[in-house]
Design a protein. Structure first.
Lengths: 427, 476
């Protein structure tokens, strides 16, 4: 009783202190949660913004227009030479009851609402069916990039006319076409079936996808065998000594060298010295292979380390040689880990951009790549090129290209995770 | 062309394997052989394929140089008088004509007439070189095969010899890593030395003027260009500092929460999310910075500025209203986000490496979790955590795409995060992606910058790895 009474001020003080300490504990915990919330929040924001900007690139608008195939203006022998865009624009003006001036500025303005693809579509129809000349044909004409953006609601009417790429008159025409029910949206398959183009509505990612695939093929063929071989040597065969230590330190440092340095190496070694073709998938693949090598070596070594020594000892005890032990027992058991590491480093190589810029993959390459030694684009460099393009319609396509890139990376990483889940063995 | 021989070589190697196996079987009939017939076959395969492959690789590496030499030595007078680049272009077109392709450009009178003849010569030379390569490779394969078939007998230690070759090949694989380093150092140093011949190294390191545009005409103002890289170094440092201000606290706190507070389910969901953040390509972060964060922050500062204008802070308000999209804060902030998972996973490993007994001791004394973290775990993990931070800094310095897309090009000597600055990596990309002429100081400057970048990141990495290693050993 007396003890407690004597201690009570101290206990009170401790109690008060305890309250403060618990409050501090709660705050500290909240900081931790906040940090995680910030990281996750930014991921959501990043992906959300890209989906928001990119999803509109997956569909495009066409305007259904009746075209009178005027025999006076179409050369039967050479329909490709006809200026169908002008023809359609003039007929469209007449249908809307607009009188053009002498210079034809209104027809030019109308022409600007249709993609230049219209010409090929019309010429193709006439070339295949010459009987159509003199008749009226309905053509679903792809809208130009500006008109397409307008239909997608990305051109604000409130912007002053001199700051937008569509004039008031063009907007009025577009409104009228829409009100007449001639405008329809459809899946933008061209995005996946075409190469790069200077015109946004004709630009697609297929060329870059093929370029990236060729490049990754070269990378995988070089980096995986070399990386696994190097890891086998260092983990299983290398005598402990200065040379081995040097190689180890070297590999650890190479893994942390900035990627742009590999670009400089590629430029100096493969292009300026060996005279391999600039911007080709071969050079890109070689540079990425040198970059991926240290990561593959490190991943392979750790999965070789995970194979218990008893396996090796058992094989050696049965009379297998060192090489037989490694290739018939250790390596097969480490293979799931090796493949996981290899796929992850390939996914990483797929997203690498800076070295590609230095070996020349910054310029516009139309069409689809055919070989390993021709200039090609790659997905990440396409993102960079489109991001720099001035046409606004390229912005949504940049985001769409990013979505394609991310989709490939997700597939590769998911494959790696599945492989690990399916084959991973705990000893 | 030379590589057309490859399928034949593969067939020859397979034949050598089969032949070697059969020969070993026949020769060792009725007696005990040291190695199995298959191992003799493998030995035969190696000796047939490897020498020929070496010849093929050598031929394809050196034949462009030899071809150039041969073309130059027999070229007509008019072509020899052309300047270097025109001459190269002429040879390229001659090769194209010889191969039956279109020329890249239209050549004027004396050269146009020379083209067909030169094209034929180019065609002959390249045919000769490829044939020579193929014959040499075939000869090498034949000699190898003859040698190996004379060797096959029951007592030969074929298995050991094959294994020796395998170990040699594996060693060669790991030597590639060393060769890569040598290649990096050699290419950077070689071009840097040429750069430092025209620009003194002291001016490069301490000069405050950076304007690498060399003029087209020699008499233009600023024709020499200025190569003082100090503004680039401060710009890189500023952006790195901003990135670390974001990544260090957020990364460290999430690592602490994940390793000390989070339950297994929470951990299992958040860790993959952080891994996704780490796997996003940097070009995507660059896009995000340039088109989302940049405009948003600019609007934010401009709005604040417009409130201040006319008030007591009028000057600051005026300044804030002129802030650009490309301010250092944007690139640095987004780079910080990119580094969060990197810092967090490294710190997580390090905190987990602190022995449980230290935590238990602290809890037994009545400390709360946060007190344990602050007074026991962090001091114990400090060396490791600082190593992780150094690695993150090295990443930030070498990061290219975010800054290329979201930071500016103007080299300003400032530490104000609202100003536009440029970095070493941005300048390397700019110098090497425009219209470039080889051997101009402008192109070589990129290699000087690359060498500086390489040395600084290498130093940071070595120090960081040392620290982390000694830290790990402490608790092992």
């Amino acid at each position: 009783m007396t003890d407690a009474a004597a201690n009570s001020p101290r206990i009170d003080r401790l109690r008060a202190g305890l309250k403060k300490r618990y409050a501090r504990e709660k705050r500290f915990r909240a900081y931790g949660l906040l940090a995680i919330a910030i990281a996750v929040g930014f991921l959501v924001l990043l992906l959300g913004r890209i989906v928001e900007q990119g999803h509109t690139a997956f569909y495009a608008h066409t305007v259904t227009v009746p075209v009178y195939m005027d025999p006076a203006r179409i050369d039967r022998g050479y329909p490709q030479g006809t200026n169908f865009e002008q023809l359609v624009a003039e007929q469209q003006l007449a249908r809307m009851g607009v009188q053009d001036d002498a210079a034809g500025t209104k027809a030019t303005a109308m022409r600007g609402l249709f993609s230049s693809e219209l010409k090929y579509l019309a010429a193709d129809r006439v070339a295949r069916q010459p009987g159509l000349i003199g008749q009226t044909v309905t053509i679903a004409a792809p809208a130009s990039d500006d008109a397409d953006l307008f239909f997608k609601g990305k051109v604000s009417r409130d912007t002053p006319a001199d700051q937008r790429r569509l004039s008031d008159q063009q907007i009025q025409w577009l409104d009228q076409m829409k009100a007449d029910g001639h405008v329809s949206a459809h899946f933008n398959s061209g995005l996946f079936t075409r190469g790069d183009s200077t015109e946004p509505e004709l630009a697609g990612v297929l060329g870059a996808v093929i370029g990236s695939a060729l490049m990754l093929l070269v990378t995988a063929l070089i980096a995986i065998p070399l990386g696994v071989g190097a890891a086998l040597y260092l983990e299983e065969f290398a005598p402990k000594g200065k040379l081995t230590d040097l190689i180890e330190v070297n590999i650890n440092n190479l893994a942390a060298v900035p990627s742009i340095i590999y670009g400089l190496l590629g430029l100096a070694l493969f292009i300026n010295w060996m005279h391999l073709p600039r911007a080709s998938p071969l050079v890109g693949g070689l540079v990425l292979a040198l970059m991926a090598l240290p990561t593959i070596i490190i991943a392979t070594r750790s999965s070789l380390k995970a194979v218990p020594p008893s396996i090796r000892e058992a094989a050696l005890a049965m009379g297998a040689s060192k090489t037989q032990t490694v290739f018939q027992h250790t390596l097969p058991l480490a293979m799931p880990g090796v493949m996981t590491g290899a796929i992850i480093s390939m996914a990483h190589a797929l997203g690498e951009t800076a070295p590609l810029l230095l070996i020349g993959m910054v310029s516009f390459v139309p069409g689809l790549p055919h070989s390993l030694v021709e200039p090609t684009g790659a997905l990440p460099s396409l993102v960079y090129i489109w991001e720099n393009a001035s046409e606004r319609a390229f912005h949504e396509r940049t985001a769409a290209a990013i979505l394609v890139l991310l989709a490939f990376m997700i597939v590769m990483n998911a494959a790696a995770i599945l492989l690990r889940r399916r084959f991973e063995r705990r000893w | 062309m030379t590589w057309l021989f490859l399928p034949i070589l593969i067939a020859a190697a397979v034949a050598a394997f089969l032949g070697g196996r059969a020969l070993a079987r026949r020769r060792s009939e009725g007696q005990r052989a040291h190695s199995r017939p298959g191992q003799h076959g493998a030995y035969a395969l190696i000796w047939t394929a490897v020498p020929a492959l070496i010849v093929l690789i050598a031929a394809s590496v050196f034949s462009p140089q030899v071809e150039r030499q041969l073309m130059a030595s027999g070229a007509p007078e008019a072509v020899q008088q052309l300047e270097h680049f025109r001459r190269e272009a002429f040879y390229a077109d001659a090769r194209a004509v010889g191969a039956g392709h279109q020329t890249a450009q239209i050549w004027p009178a004396p050269y146009a007439e020379l083209l067909p003849a030169e094209g034929q010569r180019a065609h002959r030379i390249s045919l000769m070189l490829s044939l020579g390569g193929i014959v040499a490779a075939a000869l090498a394969a034949l000699l190898g095969a003859l040698f190996v078939f004379s060797q096959i007998r029951p007592g030969m230690r074929a298995r050991n010899r094959v294994e020796g070759w395998i170990v040699g090949a594996l060693f060669a694989c790991s030597a590639v890593a060393v060769l890569t380093t040598i290649g990096i150092v050699a290419s950077l140093v070689y071009d840097s030395i040429r750069f430092f011949h025209s620009v003194p190294i002291t001016e490069f390191l301490f000069g405050t003027q950076w304007s690498p545009q060399t003029a087209i005409r020699a008499d233009q103002i600023g024709s020499s260009g200025a190569f003082g890289a100090l503004p680039l170094f401060t710009g890189t440092f500023l952006i790195m500092l901003i990135a670390m201000c974001v990544a260090a606290p957020v990364g460290l706190f999430s690592a602490i929460y994940l390793s000390e507070y989070a339950g297994p389910v929470f951990r299992a969901t958040v860790k993959p999310v952080l891994e996704i953040l780490a796997g996003v390509p940097t070009v995507v972060y660059g896009f995000f910075a340039a088109l989302t964060v940049g405009p948003a922050l600019r609007t934010f500062f401009n709005t604040i500025g417009s409130w201040m204008v006319g008030g007591p802070l009028d000057g600051l308000g005026q300044y804030l209203m002129l802030v650009q999209n490309q301010m250092a804060l944007v690139a640095g902030g987004v780079m910080g986000i990119m580094l969060i998972p990197f810092v967090s996973s490294l710190s997580d490993d390090i905190i987990n490496a602190v022995p449980q007994s230290l935590r238990d001791g602290s809890y037994a004394m009545g400390a709360t979790k946060s007190e344990t973290v602050k007074r026991v775990l962090l001091p114990a993990a400090l060396p490791g955590v600082s190593g992780a931070m150094l690695l993150a800094m090295s990443r930030a310095i070498g990061e290219t795409m975010i800054v290329t897309m979201a930071a500016g090009l103007a080299a300003k000597l400032t530490l104000n995060p609202l100003e536009t600055v440029t970095t070493v990596t941005v300048q390397i990309v700019t110098l090497l992606t425009g219209d470039q002429e080889f051997d101009s100081p402008k192109t070589l400057a990129a290699f000087g910058l690359g060498l500086t970048l390489f040395l600084v990141t290498l130093l940071l990495n070595i120090v960081a790895q040392r620290i982390v290693q000694t830290y790990r050993q402490q608790y092992d």
